[in-house]
Design a protein around this ligand. Structure first.
Ligand code: HEC
Ligand code: HEC
Length: 299
């Protein structure tokens, strides 16, 4: 018999891939790219920065199941941590490439730094408290309890991603706000910048609207996960998120957006587009909302 034409094999492969089991069982996810994950994983050249282990290295045991669950929660938060989320964002919409991308607060660079002093003098942040903060301010939900399976799984996933990374060491690529581009240009926040939201609007229309929509509301898939997350409006992250500050949003955008072309905007362009985005409405910071004020009044 004549060997099958490669085109047929490709077609067959596609059919098999489409007919693959629905991703209910964590195992089914193993070879499937994460929701909205356009940037390939891993994104960095080995040697440049720490390289977290590949997915196939997740151990096939109970501990491995917890890591897999953590990965699912991280990449499809509204589905796998439903009771704690208030919007449809996933952690990986901001912590890009499943929490692996340098310059987008990768988990492997964060894990070994905690506990660490918080912004409040004399107070300490635990890794878990940072996760709770993101649930509260970026996911507009509630921080999961320390002993909840969601928290255990997320911590297990972060710990696994940092396998082999030195602890208590500021690794290249840590955080979202002081990064270098791949071309090596330093990204720093401008001192006393003057923002122009109207200039930002033009940049938004040319550079961002194609994915995030002219209305900034993003694009949702049929399964209610975001193909492109919203940048403003009631479905976006709240006013308490660090990304609700112009200077910080600008640094995130400059390092990571437009997706796949991080480092292409100038400092002014990034500042202005951030100012434009933050001139639009979004959910309030829960610490300053009416609920908080009501609670404080009753104390
Ligand atoms: C090619 C499509 C594309 C373009 C163009 C693009 N983005 Fe994004 N952006 C994405 C995707 C996809 C994500 C979520 C990443 C993920 O889930 O892997 C994202 C995430 C973000 C986030 C964090 C998530 C959130 O909810 O806020 C911000 C902020 C952002 N983009 C801003 C911008 C800005 C500003 C521009 C224009 C300078 C831009 N993006 C251009 C695709 C794009
Ligand atoms: C809307 C964007 C957004 C979403 C969604 C989000 N985060 Fe974050 N996260 C941030 C920002 C911004 C920071 C602060 C980064 C910094 O300080 O450099 C952060 C910081 C963190 C840190 C500390 C990182 C470090 O380097 O110390 C952890 C851990 C974390 N987030 C976990 C999560 C988890 C888990 C989820 C999902 C439940 C999540 N985040 C969802 C934006 C987001």
């Amino acid at each position: 018999m004549k060997p099958a034409h490669p085109g047929w094999l490709l077609l067959l492969g596609t059919v098999v891939a489409l007919a693959a089991p629905k991703p209910d069982a964590p195992d089914a996810y193993l070879n499937v790219p994460a929701a909205g994950n356009i940037v390939a994983v891993p994104i960095s050249t080995p040697g440049d920065v720490f390289l977290p282990p590949p997915i196939i290295d997740i151990p096939q045991d109970k501990a491995g199941d917890m890591i897999k669950l953590g990965r699912l929660i991280f990449t499809d938060t509204p589905r796998y941590a439903r009771r704690f989320t208030g919007n449809a964002l996933s952690c990986s919409n901001c912590h890009l490439s499943e929490g692996r991308k340098p310059g987008a607060a990768p988990l492997w660079a964060a894990w070994g730094m905690y506990p660490m002093p918080s912004a409040q003098p004399g107070e300490v942040w635990s890794f878990e408290s940072r996760i709770q903060g993101c649930f509260r301010y970026s996911q507009n939900g509630q921080g999961p309890q320390l002993d909840s399976p969601e928290m255990t799984a997320l911590v297990a996933y972060a710990q696994w991603l940092s396998t082999g990374a030195p602890a208590r060491t500021e690794l290249a690529g840590r955080g979202m706000f002081q990064q270098e581009t791949l071309a090596g240009r330093a990204l720093t926040s401008a001192s006393k910048p003057v923002y122009s939201a109207s200039h930002g609007q033009k940049i938004y229309q040319f550079q961002c609207a194609v994915c995030h929509g002219a209305d900034g509301l993003g694009v949702m898939r049929k399964d209610n996960s975001y193909q492109f997350p919203p940048l403003w409006g009631q479905a976006s992250y709240g006013g308490g998120s660090a990304l609700a500050q112009v200077s910080k949003l600008a640094l995130f955008v400059r390092a990571n957006m437009p997706l796949g072309r991080g480092g292409s905007l100038s400092e002014t362009e990034a500042n202005d587009v951030a100012a434009y985005i933050l001139s639009k409405p979004r959910p309030p910071d829960p610490r300053t909302g009416w609920r908080q004020r009501w609670r404080e009044a009753r104390r």
